[in-house]
Design a protein around this ligand. Structure first.
Ligand code: ADP
Ligand code: MG
Length: 417
């Protein structure tokens, strides 16, 4: 038991049918029918292997893509093939989620065998609409089609999907109402790692915040500053641009337009308030970069031309951030320093990421694009801990209890001794 949640150490699974929710959501190449990356599938192998080795009948539930990011909305069939290769054992797959075919396949499973069901988001109640607009309680989620059809066939529920633990959906929060529930090994590892950063970081503890997920970034900044978790926050990307704009520093008209077009105007005021309270802890870029006719340009604050859009931090900023990162003991990272996808605007991210690789500090890095940058610069093995979740990680650091954590704590009460 950890944090009020049962772990696999507490579970007896031999001969039991285990519903195991994983997060193996990956970018998809729809034309070829293949996955462009498999890091999340790799990360949940230990839990699946352990369950199968211990003789459980393992039924995997997973989503692929979302109604917001529809280009990745896809079947889980390619995932079964990748899993099978990684586990070096057969992984059955069925093109059904909780209909008669899926239920028959579950009932026919033998001990140690693994079955992956199709994309749970093909079932309507698993959609964001139900999460955002209808707001089903966990008790109501237990009455959805998915849970009512599958729970009676299972003995216990395991959630290994830390990356989706900020989602309030039936496959994640409904089963815990009716089945003894446990967290998987990946969930346990990620939860412990981020809880450690939050509760007792080795100091100095530095946060590196860039990228474009503004609403969560601001919630989290306030929490980690109010609680004293962060000794310093290094800002870049859109986060940095919003602070600079809030303080009346010129970042170029294009940057302000982008902030307004993205509906982030309200954060300018929030940034002003936060900075007024924590000006010595929030470090802002000293220079910025933009791209003109395909060529990178840089200037110090105060010398930024009016008509540009800042798409990266400049060289002086990267140098300063490197120093701070090298002297830190804990570094938490979410969001790149600039539009690193394009060569003229990647230097800031590249330099800061190199510092993350070089520092002795314990680095915890999360977020899809942050991980992509790490892979792009070949630094994956030099980071301390790469978390599979971005949104979940940030939401955790806002201090809110994650919906899946709350559900798992409830499900722990159904486990007996
Ligand atoms: P993560 O996926 O690591 O959590 P985000 O999704 O929040 O990170 O942000 C990553 C995106 O932010 C990247 O696509 C990057 O191009 C974009 N970005 C970074 N800096 C800027 C900037 N100054 N202006 C616009 N977009 C930016
Ligand atoms: Mg992202």
């Amino acid at each position: 038991m950890q944090f009020g949640i049962k772990t696999l150490d507490d579970a007896r699974v031999e001969g039991k049918t285990v519903l195991c929710r994983v997060d193996i959501n990956q970018p998809v190449d729809r034309e070829k029918g293949t996955l462009k990356s498999i890091n999340r599938i790799e990360a949940c192998v230990p839990t699946i292997k352990e369950l199968s080795d211990k003789g459980a009948r393992v039924v995997l539930l997973a989503h692929q893509g979302s109604d917001i990011e529809y280009k990745n909305y896809y079947t889980t069939k390619p995932h079964a093939a990748v899993l099978s290769r990684l586990l070096d054992r057969e992984v059955q797959w069925i093109d059904d989620v909780c209909g008669p075919a899926a239920r028959a396949a579950i009932q026919n499973l033998k001990n140690g065998r693994i079955l992956l069901l199709d994309n749970v988001r093909f079932v309507a109640e698993e959609q964001t609409l139900f999460e955002m607009k209808l707001r089903l309680t966990h008790e109501q989620q237990a009455k959805t089609l998915l849970v009512e059809k599958l729970a009676p066939l299972a003995d216990l529920y395991v959630c290994d999907a830390f990356a989706a633990s900020h989602r309030d959906q039936p496959s994640l929060c409904g089963f815990e109402q009716v089945l003894p529930s446990y967290m998987g090994r990946l969930f346990e590892k990620e939860f412990c790692t981020v809880a450690q950063v939050m509760e007792e970081p080795v100091r100095p503890c530095v946060f590196v915040l860039g990228g474009a997920k503004i609403s969560d970034a601001f919630l989290m900044m306030k929490t980690v500053l109010d609680r004293g978790t962060a000794d310093q926050i290094l800002t870049g990307g859109l986060v940095g641009n919003i602070f600079l704009t809030a303080l009346g520093k010129e970042t170029g008209r294009g940057s302000v337009d982008f902030i307004m077009k993205s509906n982030y105007g309200e954060y300018i005021e929030k940034a002003r308030e936060l900075y007024a309270q924590y000006s010595e802890k929030i470090i802002l870029p000293a220079d910025l970069a933009w791209v003109q006719d395909g060529v990178r340009q840089e200037a110090a604050l105060g010398c930024i031309p009016a008509d540009i859009a800042a798409v990266d931090v400049g060289g002086e900023t990267a140098k300063l951030y490197r120093e701070i990162i090298l002297n830190a003991k804990t570094v938490f990272v979410n969001g790149p320093m600039g539009v690193f996808e394009q060569a003229p605007s990647e230097a800031g991210t590249k330099a800061v990421w190199q510092a993350l690789a070089d520092t002795e500090a314990h680095t915890v890095l999360g977020g899809g694009d942050s991980i992509t940058a790490t892979e792009k610069y070949g630094l994956t093995d030099q980071m301390g801990y790469i978390c599979t979740g971005g949104g979940a990680l940030i939401r955790f650091l806002t201090g809110e209890e994650l919906p899946v954590v709350r559900a798992l704590r409830h499900g722990a009460g159904l486990c007996g001794n």
